[in-house]
Design a protein around this ligand. Sequence first.
Ligand code: CA
Length: 244
Amino acid sequence: MEERKRILIVEDEKNIVDILRFNMNREGYDTLEAYDGETGLALARREKPDLILLDVMLPKLIGFDVCRLLRAEGDNVPVIILTAREEEEDKVLGLEIGADDYITKPFSMRELIARVRANIRRTAMSAPAPTERGMSAGGGLVIDPETNQVYKHGALVELTQREYELLTFLASHPDKVFSRVDLMEQVWNYGFVGDDARTVDVTVRRLREKIEDDPGSPAYILTRRGVGYYYSGSNSSANHRPIN
Ligand code: CA
């Protein structure tokens, strides 16, 4: 039997916590709760949940700082930011500091559940393929699907789960251009898009900052203007070649 996934809810409004707990439990997830940022951070460190639903405005430590601190410690747990609809800039800021996703309050529970499922499923799907070992992605970039780690010139690159999956998805289809809608469906597993295309842009930018020598003039993840993004095939001649 599959182990139940655990979701950490960090939210200071008790009625929202109650609704989230009820719905997550009904979906088959176990829940942990924190009503302030400090407790949320401590629980995330100690309990290693499978996903965090993270409010922004929290007592003691705001949600962005919780996420930022976890990422700085190398914790790549999927994080979905719960942001108020009027705080539009919070969405992008949340992604900038390493959140995987956001949802605006008041949210539809159906949409939230879809996003939780997509993020948890993606984590489970990224389990290593048994036949693959470390593979060169060219130009000093190495993807190791065994450990989900990426190395640049031998140095570990800290990627979020989403950044890792975006990179491996594009790298496994060199020179094929994917629209932002394609990527939302293929990498984010969403059947709907809306204004989420911006999520793709922000994630690409963050990924470039981490893997490119010059993010302003990228060599790996390239833009086909007006169409989408692709992984440069000139880096991929050695793609998928085991490097033992
Ligand atoms: Ca709040």
